[in-house]
Design a protein. Structure first.
Ligand code: ADP
Length: 244
């Protein structure tokens, strides 16, 4: 079963002549351990799709199912818990809290979820070390470079065994080296079993995904699957006959 499913999702903002149909009949399934990249022109509905997948916004019609549970049947409280524990969200503009250090920003989701502060800090430091940010842990966001801020934002999104990672242009403000580092972190999370959806305008980064979904005027217009690897082609061959 897919970990995240969007079933015939539509989203309108406003009504009548001034209304906008941001999404129309979008269906998408994302398995655990897989990375789906979403590409499309500005205003095509990418951010809306991500916000609906993460329960930050409700669809006008259609259904979102996460780990078998339809969001429409969840209470506000259940959805808040889902956002705290299950969904890691990386916003376009990072959304790090200016008054907290990198380490405090990263440990915040765990602390909000009731994990004792010392334990949460320990986990955050380990994660920052993994991302090469240990030396910057005590710095505030405005003392960090764009790449460092973005790594902190991703650390905050993956902390605490989250299983769904949704990232809106996580490499948007970064140079290509940092952009690749960010994608590597997302892929590492996928290898741990996380289902990930990443909006990107960068075809090279999108090519790292298991699947690329193209969206235009609120509709999915194409989905590509990368060509099979040499190993997967060989795996289907019959075993060689035993030698006599
Ligand atoms: P993208 O992320 O691909 O640039 P968005 O999902 O942000 O596209 O937007 C899709 C469409 O929905 C656009 O026409 C945008 O103007 C509109 N839209 C997005 N959010 C809102 C909102 N809160 N109110 C009104 N219109 C919105």
């Amino acid at each position: 079963m897919s970990y995240l499913e969007l079933r015939h999702v539509a989203k309108s903002y406003g009504t009548g002549a001034t209304g906008v149909r941001a999404l129309e009949d979008v269906s998408l399934a994302v398995e655990r351990s897989s990375l789906v990249a979403v590409m499309g022109p500005s205003g095509s509905g990418k951010s809306t799709l991500l916000a609906i997948a993460g329960s930050l916004e409700a669809p006008t019609s259609g259904e979102v199912v996460i780990d078998g549970a339809p969001l429409s049947s969840m209470s506000q409280r259940d959805k808040a818990r889902l956002r705290r524990r299950t969904v890691g969200y990386v916003f376009q503009d990072f959304n790090l809290l200016a008054g907290l250090t990198a380490r405090e920003n990263v440990s915040l989701p765990l602390e909000l979820d009731g994990v004792p502060a010392r334990r949460a800090q320990h986990v955050a430091i380990a994660l920052l070390e993994e991302l090469g940010l240990a030396a910057r842990a005590a710095h505030f966001p405005d003392e960090l470079s764009g790449g460092e801020r973005q790594r902190a934002a991703i650390a905050r999104a993956v902390i605490g065994e989250r299983s769904l990672l949704l990232a809106d242009e996580p490499s948007g403000a970064l140079d290509s080296v940092n952009g690749e580092a960010v994608m590597r972190m997302v892929l590492a999370a996928c290898r741990r079993g996380v289902a990930a959806v990443v909006v990107t305008h960068d075809a090279k980064l999108a090519s790292w995904a298991d699947r690329v979904v193209f969206i235009q005027d609120g509709r999915i217009v194409d989905q590509t699957v990368p060509p099979p690897t040499a190993e997967s082609l060989v795996a289907d061959l019959p075993a060689p006959a035993p030698r006599r």
